[in-house]
Design a protein around this ligand. Structure first.
Ligand SMILES: N[C@@H](CCC(=O)N[C@@H](CS)C(=O)NCC(=O)O)C(=O)O
Length: 222
């Protein structure tokens, strides 16, 4: 019998997976969540994503879709009568896609080194991460959310910064998003985390902190 319904293959601490859950919850789509052990991936996951073998994978009526940003766009199109995630205007849509790619390609790459750097090297990578986020912050000017008055595609894509960056800061002892350096981004963190769908989907902070502390210690001792 053909498989029906919506399934998400994820990992509870993944900032890429939460994008998919936020998008589904914004649309009010009921889904089954399958938590993967990324050190020992299930055959079910590997069968659905044999190319990158990563999470998230969305399975809609038996058909798999991979890559979190592509999945978020798919969700918006597949449930087009629900909450609008992508901007309605083609230029706004192109801009949102541009900034999402900028964040994933440039800002994420600038943020990751902060996690393990120490001392002077850490101060340098923090400055680089701040420079990138400052550029991204221009997309927030004059707006409550990246999407305008309500959260949209870009908020969903970069929303993980609001919850994961403070954890990275705590674990590494670095300070990236401050009122002085990134005031609009900092205020958006608070507004974004106060949205019901967002806050109801977040993993427990203490668990996330413990996992990231252990990961950092492991990387530093390698
Ligand atoms: N570009 C991918 C990245 C996905 C990704 O990096 N997933 C991580 C978890 S956050 C993963 O599955 N890691 C396991 C692996 O790389 O084998 C997306 O946005 O979906």
């Amino acid at each position: 019998m053909a498989e029906k319904g919506v399934k998400v293959f994820g990992m509870w601490a993944s900032p890429m997976v939460i994008r998919v859950e936020w998008a589904l919850r914004l649309k009010g789509v009921v889904y089954e969540y399958v938590d993967e052990d990324l050190a020992s991936k299930s055959d079910a996951l590997l069968r659905r994503n044999p190319v990158t073998k990563k999470v998230p994978v969305l399975v809609h009526d038996g058909k798999p879709i991979v890559e979190s940003t592509i999945i978020v766009e798919y969700i918006d199109e597949a449930w087009k009568d629900g909450y609008p995630i992508m901007p309605a205007d083609p230029h706004d849509r192109a801009q949102a896609r541009f900034w999402a790619r900028f964040a994933d390609d440039k800002c994420n790459a600038a943020i990751y080194p902060v996690f393990t750097a120490t001392g002077k090297a850490q101060r340098e990578v923090v400055r680089e991460a701040q420079r990138c986020l400052k550029t991204l912050e221009t997309a927030l000017e004059g707006k409550k959310f990246f999407g305008g008055d309500a959260i949209g595609y870009l908020d969903v894509v970069v929303g993980w910064y609001a919850y994961w960056l403070p954890v990275i800061e705590e674990v590494s002892g670095a300070s990236i998003v401050t009122d002085e350096e990134l005031p609009l981004m900092k205020a958006w963190f608070d507004r974004f985390l106060a949205v019901d769908v967002v806050k109801d989907t977040l993993p427990p902070r203490d668990k996330l902190l413990a996992l990231n502390k252990a990961r950092r210690a492991q990387l530093l001792s390698a």
